[in-house]
Each structure stands twice: as structure tokens, then as C-alpha cells.
Design a protein around this ligand. Structure first.
Ligand code: UD1
Length: 443
């Protein structure tokens, strides 16, 4: 490990000041909005670019804080990252000098752990912070680490850091996950494409962002294929080449705008969204009463005459793709506050994704959080303006949706969380007729 650089890691100053959103609700949203590239694909694609010394070029990259942070982490390990135009990134990682991903990066963005696989397989070593610190239970990375070990990596955990080495090259092997993990699948795949021999990943995540990564890896010359819905097979290559790629559209952002139409009784056209990636979510929307139709390039959402109702015979239940995305559970809950009757929500993927409903209650929603995985929503209740706090990305976007539906003014603290994953979200809503003011905290 080179030791020319100071151990203490210095990130550039936080570009986004702590900001408050002041939203005057009750405006019907109408018009057309462009859907950005997917955060959950872009981050993995930028990481994949470190698998080659040649230049990779990405278009349709969302202009969001998480991408900026990952670009900065890559720059700090010696990878050249250029941003020649909006939504375009170029990555050339001829040589990485400093194979160290610090706690500061992991604390800002858990997805920085996606660098474990590609850096380890290409450079043979990496020291990377545990994104959860020493916390056990929530969002662990044990499955990523086990996957690397199955490929022959030696990994020790000390003082909050994983010290990973690949003696010689990583070796292909069987990776069997005890449950489906999106980033675990991606990390395993990124490591295996340069390993020696054949790798099988089972059960492999089926999310569209995983398939977008497979397509990019194939462009780089990797031999990687989904051979069954939940199986990915890889024959490792010695070298990969540079490639160009346009990031798949963000289905979570698309779902957020569909709910925005629903809760404001509006009519919104989504440009550049991928209808096929929204199957389970659109089934739920249709059952609740939001009308959605599609043409080759656009999704039309019309809720001007919507009479919203809860799902009659089943819970709203999240699941790995092709099930209802856990990231779309919070927006769906906002819509359900406006549906006449009782809805049962079952969050199966994460254990901390219902807590934010407490903030929604402050806006007048009738919500009972039964336990970490179950909630009951009684509608329809009119939402009213309140002072609320954003705790994380998806809950944040959903509080904005609630504020758009509410009567009066809502003040939302912690707006920077939303900037992590949604490009220009307030500007996009304002173009559709929303009234949103962004104020620096303390002014
Ligand atoms: C990704 C997405 C996130 C989405 C989630 C589920 C990115 C950057 N983030 O997160 O937006 O909500 O998929 O669709 O793509 N688990 C372990 N050990 C591990 C890894 C995961 O126990 O090592 C558990 C998690 O706690 C969770 C479940 O597995 O209960 C699924 O998580 P996972 O699919 O890995 O989520 P991420 O890939 O982190």
C-alpha cells in the first residue's frame, strides 16, 4: 500500500448547505417531466469503470449528490473522473494509487462499498470502511464479504475497516446468497468478471439496474450472462476494455412522479421512463385508482377524476424485483392516506423503512406502526401543513409528496437527503405547478 498520502481523508466542503423546503400544498400538478438516469445503476456503472485502464463514458447520469461523492472517492484513489457536460461522466482508471475507501466516504454514502469487488479483483487489495461502522443489524455488508471470500479473497476486519487481499487473482466459484441482495449480487459480479475461471451467483438479484450493469460489463468484453431468472454465470477474463453506456431510467423517480399525480389529482406525462420496469407498482396504482397508460416513449398518468381506494384483498407488500420495490413503499403510503378505507402495509426487505410514517402522522395521516415490518393506514384523511424532518432519501421524497397534497404550508428540514438521489426534484415539481421554496437553514 502506497503511503505517500496523509492518512486523514479530506473531502471537499459540503456543497449543499443544510436547507429547508417550504412547500405550499394543494396545487394540482399538470404537465410533462423528464425522468433522469437511475441512481442505483449509475453508481455501480462508475464503479465498474475501474475494472479497466481504458476510458469509459457514461451518459444520462443523474446530477445527484451520491454520484458527486462517488466521483470524488474515485478521484481520491487516483482514478481520473471527468464531467465534460451535464449528465455525462468519463472515467479512466489507468492506475489507482491509493486503494483506500475511508469512513468519510462510507458515512456519506453506503453504496461506496460497491468499490470492494472491482478494486480487489483488479488491483489485488483494498482497504474499505464498513458503511455501517460497527453497528450490527441494519444494512450489514456480510453477504458482500462472504461473496469475496467464496472467490478466494482474504479479508480481515479491524477498527471499522475491511482489509481485503486477493493472493494472485481471485478464483471463480459458487456464490450462494442466503437471501436476495442487490448490491451483493453486483459486487460479486464485478469481482468475478476478472477472476480466474467460472462463477455462479445464486439467487442473483433481478433488478433492472443489475441487468443494466450486465449490459455494460458485456460491452467491456466481460463474459457474464443471466442464465436463469435468479442465476448469473460468469467466465472470468484477464482484461476488459473501455466502453460507452447510457444509464437506464430511474424507475423509483418515475414512481414518485406517478404518485405526485395521484395525490394532487393531476395529470402528468413522464418522458423517458421505462414502463416495463414498473410492473408490480403500476398494478398497485391501478388497483388504488390511478390511471396509467403508456406509449413507446411516455407514461401518462391521469388522476384528475381518481376515486382512490385501498387494495381490497391483499396487503401492500414489498419484495425484491419483480415485486413491489421497497423504495416505492413510502410514496405508495402517501397515496394510501388519500384512499377511502384501511390499507395494510408489509415491508419485507428492510426493518427501518416504516419509521418515517411518524412524520407523516404529524401532517394529519392516520397511521399505526404495528411493528418494524407492518403498518396500517386509515384513509382518507386530509393532510395539513406541518414542520417535518427528512431522515433518509426515500422518506424525504415522500414527505415532499405529502406536502404537495396537504392544505397549507409544510416546512421540511433535512432537504439535503433528497438531493442525494433525485436530480433537481424541486425544479421538476415546480415546472408541474408546485409551489416550493428552498431556504438555507438559519436565514
Ligand atoms: C439496494 C438499493 C436500495 C434498495 C435495495 C432493495 C442501491 C445503491 N441501493 O440496496 O435503494 O432499497 O437495494 O431493493 O442499489 N443484507 C444483509 N447483508 C448484506 C447485504 C444485505 O443482511 O451483506 C440484507 C439487507 O439488510 C436487506 C436485504 O439484505 O434486508 C436486501 O438488501 P440489499 O438488496 O442488499 O439492498 P442494497 O443492495 O443495499
Amino acid at each position: 500500500m502506497a503511503d505517500a498520502r496523509p492518512f486523514h481523508w479530506e473531502f471537499s466542503p459540503e456543497p449543499i448547505a443544510r436547507e429547508v423546503l417550504r412547500i405550499e400544498g394543494g396545487h394540482r400538478l399538470e404537465g410533462s417531466v423528464a425522468i433522469s438516469g437511475a441512481k442505483n445503476a449509475a453508481l455501480k456503472l462508475l464503479a465498474a469503470a475501474t475494472l479497466t485502464g481504458e476510458r469509459c463514458r457514461f451518459t444520462n447520469v443523474p446530477e445527484i449528490e451520491d454520484v458527486r461523492v462517488l466521483a470524488e472517492v474515485l478521484g481520491d484513489i487516483g482514478v481520473a473522473v471527468d464531467h465534460p457536460a451535464p449528465n455525462v461522466y468519463e472515467v479512466a482508471s489507468g492506475d489507482a494509487e491509493w486503494l483506500f475507501v475511508p469512513l468519510e466516504a462510507a458515512a456519506k454514502m453506503r453504496a461506496s462499498f460497491i468499490l470492494l469487488g472491482p478494486l480487489l479483483t483488479r488491483f489485488g487489495r483494498v482497504i474499505i470502511s464498513n458503511p455501517g461502522g460497527d453497528r450490527i443489524g441494519r444494512r450489514p455488508v456480510n453477504l458482500h464479504v462472504d461473496a469475496m471470500r467464496a472467490l478466494g479473497a482474504e479479508i480481515e476486519y479491524r477498527n471499522g475497516y475491511y482489509f481485503a487481499k486477493a493472493p494472485g487473482r481471485l478464483r471463480g466459484g459458487q456464490i450462494t446468497f442466503p437471501q436476495i441482495t442487490v448490491m451483493g449480487t453486483e459486487n460479486a459480479m464485478l469481482a468475478a468478471v476478472l477472476a480466474d475461471g467460472h462463477t455462479v451467483i445464486e439467487p442473483a438479484a433481478l433488478e433492472p439496474e443489475v441487468d443494466d450493469l450486465i449490459v455494460f460489463l458485456q460491452k467491456m468484453g466481460a463474459q457474464v450472462e443471466r442464465t436463469a431468472p435468479h442465476r448469473i454465470e460468469i467466465e472470468g477474463r484477464r482484461r476488459l476494455r473501455g466502453a460507452d453506456h447510457s444509464v437506464v431510467p430511474d424507475r423509483i423517480e418515475a414512481g414518485t412522479f406517478i404518485v405526485a399525480a395521484g395525490v394532487t389529482h393531476g395529470r402528468i406525462t413522464l418522458r423517458g421512463a421505462e414502463f416495463d420496469h414498473l410492473g408490480a407498482f403500476l398494478d398497485v396504482m391501478t388497483e388504488i385508482g390511478v390511471s396509467v397508460s403508456c406509449s413507446p416513449d411516455e407514461i401518462e398518468v391521469d388522476a384528475t377524476a381518481a376515486d382512490l381506494k385501498p387494495l381490497r384483498c391483499r396487503d401492500i407488500e414489498t419484495a425484491p424485483y419483480p415485486g413491489l420495490a421497497t423504495d416505492l413503499q413510502p410514496p405508495t403510503c402517501v397515496l394510501l392516506t388519500q384512499a377511502e378505507g384501511t390499507s395494510h402495509v408489509h415491508e419485507t426487505v428492510f426493518e427501518d423503512r416504516l419509521e418515517w410514517l411518524g412524520e407523516l402522522r404529524r401532517m394529519g395521516a392516520s397511521v399505526e406502526i404495528a411493528d418494524q415490518h407492518h403498518a396500517v393506514i386509515n384513509g382518507a384523511t386530509p393532510l395539513h401543513g406541518a414542520e417535518v424532518e427528512i431522515g433518509d432519501l426515500r422518506a424525504g421524497a415522500s414527505l415532499i409528496l405529502a406536502a404537495l397534497a396537504a392544505g397549507g404550508v409544510t416546512t421540511i428540514r433535512g432537504a439535503h437527503h433528497v438531493q442525494r438521489g433525485y436530480e433537481k426534484i424541486d425544479a421538476k415539481f415546480m415546472e408541474l405547478g408546485a409551489s416550493i421554496e428552498r431556504i438555507s437553514e438559519g436565514t
